[in-house]
Each structure stands twice: as C-alpha cells, then as structure tokens.
Design a protein around this ligand. Structure first.
Ligand SMILES: Nc1ncnc2c1ncn2[C@@H]1O[C@H](COP(=O)(O)OP(=O)(O)OP(=O)(O)O)[C@@H](O)[C@H]1O
Length: 413
C-alpha cells in the first residue's frame, strides 16, 4: 500500500508564502513612472499643504493597491520626521459595501473603539456623516482615506461629501485627502462632473504590465520564494510572456509561477522547468473556465450548452440564428422563455469575453452583409464538465452523450 506519511519538503521553495496574495514585497519593481506620478500627487502632504484627492485606475493586478501601500508606508515613515505633521491613514475595501451609507458606517467603526461601534442600520444618513466628521476631527491633522474598489459604491454621496467636508464647515481640524482606487475603467466617466472634479483632482493610470516588467516582478519574488537554481532559466521569461499575453496582471503571473512550482514539487522534480509552466497554465485556464461558467446566468449557460451541442455535431462555427432553435429547445425543456435575439447576442459576446467561445465577424460584402460566427474555444470535455448542472437540468442532448458519459465514468474511477 502507498504510504501517505508526510515528510517536510523544502527542496524547491525557500519561502512559498512569498508567492501568495497576502505577501507584501519590500519594494515595487516595474512601476517607476506610475510611482513617480503618485509620489508627486502625495508630495503636498509632506509640505504641510492641503492633500490632493487622487484617483487611481487600471485593470486587475496592475499594482494599484501594492503601490498605494508602498507609498503610504513610506510617507508615514517620512512624515514622522516632521513635528508639525500628524498623518493618519484609513484604508477600506468597498467590496460588499454597496452604498455611501455603509461605507460611512465602516469608516466610523474603523476609527472608533471596538467597544463603541455603530450598527449598519438605524441611523439617518446625516447622523452617520456627523459621527464620521466627529471621529475625523478628533484624529486631527492630515488624514488619508483610501477607498479601494470604490466603484462598488452605488451612489456618489460620500465621494462628494468627504472632499467638501472642510469647506462646508463640518471639519475644523482635520485635513482630508481621499484616494479612490478602481479597476472599472468606465467608473470615472460615470461620475457626475461635480464628483469627478473633486475626486479626480490628480489621476494616476496604471497600464497592464508588459513582459519585461513582469519579469522584474517575478524575478524579485523568485529571490525570496525559491532556492537558488530551483527554476530553470526559461521559467521566469515564460511566465512573464504568458502573463503579458493574457492580461498584464501580476497576480495571474505570480499564480502561474506558484502553480508551476507546486506541480514540480508534486513530481519531486529537482527543478521547475518549462513543461511545469505549460501544465500549470492549462490547469489555471481550466479552473478559470470552470469558475467563469459557474458564475454565468442560467440563460448564458443554456446558450453555451446550445453551441456546445452544435459543436459536438460538427455544426460549428454557427451563426446566432443557427444557435437559437437549439437554445429555444433547451429553454422549453426547463419551462422557461427564451431571451430575445438581441439579449442572446449580448450573452454570446460575454461568453467570448470569458474566453470560452470565439466569435468571428464575417463580411459577405454588399450581398450578405456582416454577421458573427461562434465556436467553442475550449475543449469540449472541459465545457461539458463546466456545464454539468445545466445539462442535468435541461436534459442530456444526444450529441453530447459520449462526453457526458465519459465525465461520469471518470468520476467513478
Ligand atoms: N510592481 C510589483 N512588484 C511586486 N509585486 C507586485 C507588483 N505589482 C503587483 N504585485 C503583486 O501582484 C498582486 C496584485 O497587485 P495589486 O493588488 O496591487 O493589484 P491591483 O491593481 O490593486 O488589482 P485589483 O484591482 O485586482 O485589486 C499583489 O500580490 C502584489 O503584491
């Protein structure tokens, strides 16, 4: 019988935790231009002047939060050298806080003693703001409020109130600088002109990382996380190239390196090599598709199911008018009404964004006009497995029976 005893294995990793999300690197590499601009926007604070409100934007994993923590830590350290500066930083993530009211409550509770918290309901909004001004004024000095994922707040009230609190006479002692962070690139444009002009006084845009920048980020982590020579020479360049090609997201590139390291460890390999990276990439892509499909609405999944069944019959690429009858048939099975053709096309576009299907525009010139053709971009087995629940609900279509069966067989093994 195989032995399942555990022996410590430190052969590849020196400190695996350094590749996890929670780890904060000492230094930020590959973001010199952005840090320089951000630094300049924070400079008034150390000069004892009124702080600017700053808005940071850029896609996921491009270092917005990391740069904020890095510079604010530095700023706090340096501010301590000046007797006339009292600097406090309050950072909250607005994920899960949908309204200005909830954000204000969270801010009050972050600033208050644990024994003196307020509840999430029960006070008029004006009262909660008044609590907030009291807490801020008591702190005194310069206060930086960081609202990460600021686009999650559905109304703009707090983004309007905080920058104006002093000029409106609500604050006597405290000088507030608001830092808003968002990865929703349309958020800024959706703000009213009044809010935009105060929140976005200074803006710093964070572009996706290119391969050279990702190499720097990954090499820096390699030093901390892996033993010398634990990685073959091409591992970092390969992870960086994939990362840049995908989304320029440092989080994704670090995840790829971690997964490759874990696969090498599972193989008891002496080094992490090329094929570990390739395999890790396939695994992460698979996980991403499985999660992405699980998060889709039921109609999006039915549309994907319809296209999957056409693909299994070798009837793809297919136009949306060819997918529609199969989709309607599936809707019929579960007793729901099909969405309009227009909504269906929107869902096809979302599926293409997720990377589970590919949609190609065709142009038949004057006679035929433009249309799109859709096909699965991922392996049929993988999509059938991601759609398992929907298939159970809507019934197993004849065309996908062999794929569905092999999924069940695999499970039994
Ligand atoms: N320049 C960098 N040097 C070192 N590590 C970095 C760098 N940029 C990002 N990282 C790391 O990548 C991960 C994601 O970065 P971060 O959280 O700052 O991204 P973000 O732009 O705030 O993304 P999101 O909008 O998804 O929150 C973190 O683990 C961070 O430590």
């Amino acid at each position: 019988m195989t032995s399942f005893s555990f022996d410590r294995d430190n052969s590849l990793y020196k400190n695996r935790d350094a590749l996890l999300e929670e780890y904060t690197p000492n230094n930020l590499v590959g973001r010199d231009d952005e840090l320089e601009e951000y630094h300049a926007a924070l400079q008034p604070i150390i000069n004892g002047e009124a702080p600017s409100n700053i808005f940071l934007y850029g896609k996921s994993g491009v270092g917005k939060t990391a740069a904020t923590r890095f510079l604010l830590n530095q700023l706090q350290e340096d501010a301590a050298r000046y007797d006339d500066i009292t600097l406090s930083v309050v950072e909250i993530n607005c994920d899960g806080l949908n309204s200005s009211y909830q954000v204000a409550v969270r801010l009050v509770n972050t600033l208050r003693d644990p024994a003196d918290q307020i509840s999430n309901t029960g006070y008029p909004q004006a009262q909660v703001y008044s609590f907030l001004w009291d807490e801020l004024d008591e702190l005194n000095g310069t206060i930086i409020i960081v609202l990460d994922e600021v686009d999650h707040i559905n109304d703009n009230s707090i983004l309007y109130q905080i920058p104006r609190a002093r000029s409106n006479g609500y604050l006597e002692h405290a000088k507030i600088g608001l830092i808003g962070i968002s990865n929703d690139l349309s958020f800024r444009d959706s703000l009213s002109a009044k809010v935009r002009s105060s929140l976005c006084e200074k803006e710093v845009s964070f572009p996706p990382y290119d391969a050279t920048e990702l190499q720097k980020v990954l090499s820096q982590r390699e030093q901390v996380a892996f033993h010398e020579n634990a990685l073959a020479e091409d591992v970092i360049p390969l992870c960086a190239a994939y990362g840049a090609q995908d989304a320029g997201d440092a989080r994704q590139a670090l995840d790829l390196l971690l997964e490759a390291g874990d696969l090498a460890r599972k193989d008891a390999a002496e080094q992490v090599v090329d094929h570990h990276v390739q395999e890790a990439r396939r695994k992460l892509e698979r996980d991403r598709i499985m999660e992405g499909v699980a998060d889709l609405t039921q109609h999006a999944r039915l549309i994907l199911y319809a296209l999957t069944s056409l693909e299994a019959e070798d009837n793809s690429p297919a136009r949306s008018r060819d997918i529609r009858p199969r989709y309607e048939q599936l809707c019929n099975h579960i007793g729901t009404e099909a969405l309009t053709s227009r909504r269906m096309r929107d869902h096809l576009a979302d599926l293409a964004m997720l990377g589970v299907i590919s949609s190609t525009e065709k142009n038949e010139g004057m006679s035929g006009g433009k249309y799109r053709e859709h096909a699965l971009k991922q392996d049929l087995h993988l999509v059938v497995s991601a759609l398992e629940e929907t298939i159970e609900l809507a019934g197993v279509h004849e065309s996908i029976r062999p794929y569905y069966q092999s999924l069940l067989d695999e499970r039994e093994d």
